[in-house]
Unconditional design. Structure first.
Lengths: 223, 477
């Protein structure tokens, strides 16, 4: 008896034709100011963008945001340089879960967390997107379950568009890569835009100029 | 179960939709908005037309070597730790999923929108085995609660009003919810479905694109439910049609660049999830198991035929929004998960022309679908071929067949034809108003529509008159 696999493949094999493979697309796209295009596109879909000069200013902005949000439970994906921050020492009034820590349940913490903080391995200017990956101490839940996601993104990881990113994608793919292009939304009830259906209601990107590091976040062999 | 669409069944369903003011308003609003936003999104690209040509070439080249790309995909997905299953039809796919669910004692399944799962009627099969199955895309959930079917590829619940949604949600929430507050309705859905995500043992999704070179699948959602069901439950099952594969990421990028733009006018969907195998040993979260079901269900027999082009579809829904028929009769009328122009072609091809022979006729052949399709699929050509098949297989009702045979016979006898036409032109006179024929009810042969009247002079007569003028040496232009 032939298996379903054999049946289907035999069927298709009989119809194999020789073709020249179609190439990809050499995107002609560049933007004079990647940061401006990124911010403009993301803001158009109700994403929030802050631009700051340095890493320390970025952390200061995070501090203000956490105050404004009155966040008491915060989960962090410690992408470098986020791994250098002593979160619970710096903000002892909040409770922290730094992914990779051995104590406590990540799942339970994320389910009730107010804010998730991450880096990004890349950012796409054209579509106002960031790319995050799974890996050791990179939780998928941390950027998904809390109602607010704050991403700290170095301007050095900005590329013009999807095509440019594909060329630098991780050679060996992590189990999950997510391209995030705004806060969760739906228009399923009478075509009326509603924000924060399942994923974060607020998606806040703090863009900072990075003096030393290259890309942060995601799989180790990213580039 | 999806219905049949004989001429009578189609007309009946269309009549219902046409007389429903709410549906008419919803269709007008939704399709209009999608159309506008698509145009804006494509204008933003430097060379959208070139990109569409490229996507066409990619899809065509991939289908020509489909067996190879599928085996490459299978090899790489397996290497990444996923289990790949093959299913010849819906029954086999369902059997695989049920076996997986039973072995793992799955009690709750959280589903993310999947047209392929709709196609094989997965939900009733799971429910029948006592497995609670919850749709988590907001639109799909609304449709599930109402015990209906999705009516648009992209917006499953476009036919529902906020009042209807509020009533459905109130019932589940056990408290009355006001219809005028859409953010509150959404928040309720968020709260109720969050519990489902956290307790489900299995997540089931479709696949937007499968990338052979890395064995990855790509899922796009705006709400985040696609991420939820591939992150929280222990087991992730993804169902894909055989045609969803591309060889490399270069090609996948072209597809992604056009998918959301053509569907909703977004540059990209909010979330593009790229999944390569289950969670790795060192990952802090993610599913322990990933299963990918490659479903044929009638697709492979289209490869190499005049209908192969239909497999190039990326399910963006753009053709629905421009179709003068879909925009009036809506998705319900097609009796299939696939509606609009693409549905009119793919439904009879996958589920049988004898059950759906009215669908190829549900088109004016205006060509608007071809105009907007990101893959430039020649749907009008295939609609015509299917109409030919309908006639050849003797599926036309006897009355129509007799009528068409009569007309064909008449056309083979030019002199008689001219005499008859002259006669009709005289007879029609009392009924012509503004160039249209308004027949009294019993004589109405066009199912309630007004048809254009015969022109006062036929083309042949005009032609002959012009030739006559030329012969007389008096140039007419
Ligand atoms: S046929 Fe073309 S326009 Fe219609 S859904 Fe498929 S890809 Fe989109």
């Amino acid at each position: 008896m032939t298996t379903p696999r054999e049946t289907i493949l035999q069927h298709l094999h009989r119809r194999l034709r020789s073709v020249l493979p179609a190439r990809g697309w050499d995107s002609p796209r560049t933007f004079p100011d990647l940061t401006a295009r990124f911010a403009q596109t993301l803001q158009a879909v109700k994403g929030e963008v802050y631009q700051v000069g340095s890493w320390s200013q970025a952390l200061a902005r995070v501090s203000e945001l956490l105050d404004a949000l009155a966040a008491s439970r915060v989960v962090v994906n410690p992408d470098p340089p986020l791994d250098q921050v002593a979160w619970s020492k710096r903000w002892p009034e909040r409770s922290w879960f730094v992914v990779g820590q051995t104590s406590g349940s990540l799942r339970e913490f994320c389910a009730r967390a107010d804010v998730g903080i991450s880096g990004a391995m890349a950012a796409l200017a054209e579509t106002g997107s960031i790319v995050v990956g799974s890996g050791p101490s990179h939780s998928r839940m941390a950027t998904l379950l809390p109602p607010v996601h704050i991403a700290l993104v170095a301007t050095t990881v900005l590329v013009p568009d999807l095509f440019a990113w594909i060329r630098t994608r991780p050679h060996s793919m992590p189990a999950a890569l997510t391209i995030i292009s705004g806060p969760s939304k739906s228009a399923d009830i009478e075509q009326t835009l509603a924000v924060g259906v399942h994923g974060p209601r607020r998606f806040i990107v703090v863009l900072y100029d990075d003096e030393h590091a290259s890309g942060t976040g995601g799989a180790r062999d990213a580039r | 179960m999806w219905g049949e669409r004989t001429f009578q069944a189609f007309r009946e369903a269309a009549r219902q939709a046409l007389s429903d003011g709410q549906i008419q308003q919803a269709l007008r609003g939704a399709t209009g908005r999608f159309r506008e936003e698509r145009v804006h999104a494509l204008q933003d690209l430097p060379d959208a037309d070139g990109l569409r040509d490229r996507l066409k070439a990619i899809r065509a080249a991939t289908l020509a070597r489909l067996a190879e790309h599928l085996t490459t995909f299978e090899r790489n997905a397996t290497a990444a730790g996923a289990r790949v299953h093959w299913a010849r039809d819906g029954a086999e796919a369902i059997a695989i999923i049920l076996a997986l669910a039973k072995e793992r004692q799955v009690r709750t399944v959280a589903k993310s929108k999947s047209m392929t799962a709709e196609e094989i009627n997965l939900n009733p099969a799971l429910e029948a085995e006592g497995i609670r199955t919850v749709e988590t895309d907001l639109g799909e959930w609304i449709v599930q609660l109402a015990q209906e079917h999705p009516t648009h590829i992209i917006a499953p619940a476009i036919h529902k009003t906020r009042e209807q949604v509020a009533a459905l949600f109130s019932e589940v929430a056990g408290e009355p919810l006001p219809p005028d507050n859409i953010p509150a309705l959404t928040a309720t859905a968020r709260r109720l479905l969050r519990d489902v995500f956290l307790t489900a043992d299995m997540g089931i999704t479709g696949v937007n694109i499968a990338v052979a070179e890395t064995g990855s699948i790509v899922l796009v959602t705006n709400e985040g439910n696609g991420r939820m069901v591939t992150t929280l439950p222990r087991v992730h099952v993804a169902i894909m049609g055989v045609e969803k594969v591309v060889p490399t990421w270069e090609e996948a990028a072209v597809w992604l660049q056009l998918l959301a733009r053509s569907a909703t006018g977004q540059p990209l969907s909010i979330y593009t999830s790229i999944l390569t195998g289950p969670a790795r040993a060192e990952d802090p979260d993610g599913p322990e198991e990933m299963h990918i079901i490659i479903l044929d269900n009638g697709r492979s027999r289209l490869v190499g035929t005049e209908y192969e082009e239909v497999l190039q579809c990326i399910r963006c829904g753009a053709c629905l929004n421009v179709c003068p028929v879909y925009r009036k009769v809506g998705g319900q009328t097609y009796g299939s998960p696939y509606s609009g122009p693409i549905g009119a072609v793919v439904t009879p091809l996958l589920f049988g022309l004898d059950r759906y022979f009215a669908l190829p006729h549900a088109s004016t052949l205006c060509g608007a679908c071809l105009e907007v399709c990101p893959v430039r699929i020649d749907l009008p050509r295939m609609l015509l071929s299917l109409r030919r098949d309908v006639a050849e297989r003797g599926l036309l009702p006897a009355r129509d067949r007799k009528l068409e045979q009569g007309i064909a016979w008449l056309m083979r006898h030019p002199r008689l034809y001219r005499w008859v036409m002259r006669g009709v032109r005289l007879l029609q006179r009392p009924f012509v108003r503004e160039g249209r024929l308004h027949l009294p009810a019993p004589l109405h042969f066009a199912a309630g529509r007004d048809v254009p009247a015969l022109a006062p002079r036929s083309f042949m007569e005009l032609w002959r008159a012009t030739e006559q003028q030329h012969a007389d040496g008096s140039p007419s232009m």
